[in-house]
Design a protein around this ligand. Structure first.
Ligand code: GDD
Ligand code: MG
Length: 336
């Protein structure tokens, strides 16, 4: 089966990290986010992935020069301008024709990390002869997602993107879809179209959309907290054996302390530094006595001697935090 992964957004919620690296190329543990998505699909027989790209598309091509990602054939298509989620699906569907698009295919938001059982979802999609099926999961706070109301049999009766509370359902669009070509053909080509605001609501109204409710490991890694959470879950063994966070190619002073964190290759941690609940990027430097708590330090950034970076702070690639500075829930550079 072929999959289209949407990976052309600006990643605004992860700025400044996404000013230099597109969201799906940011590392989650030691691999780019997109590789986690692709390898989870490969397990279920997806053998060709079309990346629907726009913003900083070169970063993807530079990383996968041999046209393969996690053992899967990769095809990159680039919209001339951002066409929004459905416009991107339609564009990728047409542009990847050369890559052999036919039959049922999968579409996923490229920032979703999940252990979804695609095989079971496909079985359900086929058994009801659906035109499109969307994966739903149940969350405590649906407000920042697409809220989906279904009938007992699984047919979607309403799709409301990020509605104001109270939400009509606790089941949300988990960002993985199975689609027949006839569903894609509903999308007008050549203009911006949102799958969440136009296509799915219209299909729901026509009784043409099915849901697959499946609670499993799932995370949209597109916010600072969730981006860190995705990495903590791997370190904590919430998705299989606990992963090692500190790269053997990082350089740690014997007086540096690392707790429950990712430290990437080439990073340098000085004497008396403390890194906890955080991700320190490749070749970043945490100088002596500096602290990084529940935060992300972009690659090549430098945390000056005695500085404190805490509470969901994001430090952009190559940025230098001056010695003895305190940054809490901050973004540096701030972009203002
Ligand atoms: N190619 C392309 N072109 N990709 C795009 C574009 C575009 O114009 N706009 C967004 N994307 C990609 C993003 O890169 C991301 O992978 C995906 O589409 C979804 O965009 P997000 O910006 O991450 O959306 P969201 O997280 O606010 O909401 C979406 O995901 C939720 C679940 O994670 C929606 O699909 C919600 O309904 C859903 O609940
Ligand atoms: Mg998202």
């Amino acid at each position: 089966m072929q999959a289209i992964l949407l990976a052309g957004g600006f990643g605004t919620r992860l700025q400044p990290l996404t000013l230099t690296t597109p969201k799906q190329m940011l590392p989650v543990l030691h691999r780019p986010m997109i590789e986690h998505a692709v390898s989870a699909l490969a397990v279920h027989g997806v053998d060709r992935v079309v990346l629907a790209l726009g913003y900083q598309d070169d970063a993807f091509r530079a990383a996968y020069t041999d046209g393969r990602c996690a053992g899967v054939e990769l095809c990159c298509v680039v919209e001339p301008e951002p066409l929004d989620t459905a416009g991107a699906i339609r564009f990728a569907y047409e542009a990847s024709g050369a890559c052999g698009s036919e039959g049922t295919f999968l579409v996923a938001n490229g920032d979703v990390i999940t252990d979804l059982d695609v095989t079971a979802m496909l079985r359900r999609h086929r058994s009801v002869a659906a035109r499109a099926t969307i994966h739903l999961i149940e969350v405590a706070d649906p407000s920042r997602y697409g809220v989906v109301v279904t009938e007992p049999g699984g047919r979607v009766v309403d799709f409301l993107e990020k509605p104001p509370p109270p939400a009509a359902s606790s089941w949300i669009n988990a960002g993985t879809y199975l689609m027949e070509p006839s569903a894609v053909e509903l999308i007008e080509s050549g203009r911006r179209v949102s799958v969440e605001r136009e296509v799915f609501p219209a299909m729901a109204a026509a009784g043409d959309l099915q849901a697959f409710k499946h609670n499993t490991y799932w995370l949209d890694a597109g916010t600072p907290r969730a981006y860190l959470q995705a990495q903590m879950d791997l370190l904590d063994g919430r998705r299989g054996p606990a992963a090692a966070g500190v790269s053997p190619e990082a350089s740690l002073d014997p007086g540096a302390v690392v707790e429950r964190s990712v430290v990437m290759a080439g990073a340098v941690l000085g004497d008396g530094s403390l890194v906890r609940g955080s991700a320190v990027g490749a070749a970043a430097v945490v100088e002596a006595g500096a602290q990084v708590l529940d935060s992300v330090v972009g690659s090549g950034a430098r945390i000056g001697r005695g500085a404190r970076v805490t509470d969901g702070t994001l430090i952009g690639e190559g940025f230098a935090v001056p010695p003895a500075t305190a940054l809490s829930a901050a973004r540096a550079p701030s972009g203002d």
